[in-house]
Design a protein around this ligand. Structure first.
Ligand code: PMP
Length: 404
């Protein structure tokens, strides 16, 4: 892995912040974008910006082809059975809201249950709460153990014929835990529930084969996969998507509109109302190609090496407590430091050009589980280096000594 060569493809990394070389360790929030992605976006706006699907002129055809090419790449990326199963969204949040609204409001009835886990991002809690409130259904929660791993024994006990939906993440954004989703899916199917997988933290780091997993829904955000913000896709099994009502009404999602009755378009367009985020979808293909070109396994191995190195060095610092020590993790390192607020650490690291995230990471119930307000989170991507981990450790050492 020639990291120096890879770094050259990310212009944003080559700048100083507060007088120091930027060390960007906030990749779980959003990853930086390589030139191929930035160029794809500007090429689209400079060369063939046009509305898609409707036009017969050359630019419209070119834009439509590029947009649909991303759908093809997305299908391959997660090994979906058909391009009809790929719906473009604004990101994972919209993917979850789409399924909660369309599937949830149609198939969840009074007295039913929806299961999420204690590891979930707010976006994988709140939309299900909406459904439960409206339908008088109950939200059940799979607890985590002290290491940040899901308690599967309790999960088995929570499952019953009342369970209609199980929704968990593939990997946790706060702790990095990789969840045993294949087993979670298998168990849910035994009681007839459908399973939604929030792949926000997996998209750039883990192999995803939706047919092998047999999940019903899987969502990713492009911006966490070296792609643009404001786009992503939802995978849905065709048989599920076919029986779901549309989410948004508008242009493109219809077959025929009269004031008496409207009929809906075929998949996937039934779920893509209005003009989509064409330029960003077009550029998203180049982000997936970037990852596939380097190889997800190779990337994951390198990131894991960085994680192990960082875990070993950071855990030795005075007063540091790691939060989340699961056996299987993506490259996320969360910790607290005795007597120093995470926010202060984040600010003092920023003064040294080091970008980390601090706070509850949109997982307040998980923070409650550990009885903490938040953590400091360093998360690694393919362009990070051991030297940057050393800079983080040196910064933390100084802050800890200064504050004591
Ligand atoms: N789930 C997880 C695990 C996440 O990390 C995030 C983003 N932090 C989301 C959902 C929401 O993703 P987005 O904001 O891209 O819609």
């Amino acid at each position: 892995m020639d990291v120096e060569k890879i770094r050259k493809e990310f212009p944003i990394l080559h700048q100083t912040v507060n007088g120091r070389d930027l060390v960007y360790l906030d990749n779980a929030a959003t990853s930086q974008k390589p030139l191929v992605v930035i160029d794809a976006l500007t090429d689209y706006y400079k060369g063939y910006n046009a509305n898609i699907h409707r036009g017969i002129h050359t630019l419209a055809e070119k834009a439509t082809k590029a947009f649909e090419q991303t759908r093809h790449t997305a299908k391959q990326y997660i090994n979906a059975a058909s391009e009809q199963e790929i719906i473009f969204t604004r990101g994972v949040t919209e993917g979850i809201n789409l399924v909660a609204t369309s599937y949830g409001r149609t198939f969840v009835k009074e007295g039913d249950e929806i299961i999420v886990s204690e590891l979930e991002h707010h976006s994988n809690i709140v939309p299900w709460q909406f459904v439960c409130e409206e339908k008088n259904a109950t939200l059940k929660v799979i607890p985590v153990n002290d290491n940040g791993e899901l308690d599967l024994d309790t999960y088995r006990k929570l499952l019953s014929s009342k369970t209609k939906i199980v929704s968990v993440n593939h990997a946790s954004n706060s702790l990095g835990t990789i969840n045993p989703i294949k087993e979670i899916i298998r168990l849910a199917h035994e009681v007839g529930a459908v399973v939604f997988i929030d792949g926000a933290q997996a998209g750039a780091h883990l192999e995803i084969d939706v047919q092998d997993l047999d999940c019903d829904f899987y969502a990713v955000s492009a911006h966490k996969m070296y792609g643009p913000t404001g786009t992503g896709f939802l995978y849905g099994k065709k048989e599920q998507l076919e029986k779901m009502p549309p989410y948004h009404g508008g242009g493109e999602m219809i077959k025929e509109v009269t004031f008496k009755k409207t009929t809906y378009n075929d998949l996937p367009y039934k779920f893509e109302a209005g003009t989509p985020n064409i330029g960003d979808v077009v550029a998203f293909k180049y982000a997936m190609d970037f990852i596939t070109g380097l190889g997800r396994e190779t990337m994951a191995a390198y990131e894991h090496e960085l994680l192990l190195y960082a875990t070993e060095r950071v855990s030795k610092l005075k007063g540091v407590k790691l939060i989340g020590t699961a056996a299987h993790k993506v490259s996320v390192l969360s910790f607290t430091v005795d007597g120093i607020h995470p926010f202060d650490i984040g600010q003092m690291l920023d003064a040294r050009g080091i970008a980390v995230r601090t706070g509850h990471h949109c997982t307040q119930p998980l923070m409650d589980r550990y009885e903490i307000e938040g953590t400091v989170r360093a998360s690694f991507a393919i362009y990070n280096t051991k030297k940057e981990v050393d800079q983080l450790v040196e910064g933390l050492e100084r802050i800890i000594n200064f504050m004591k």
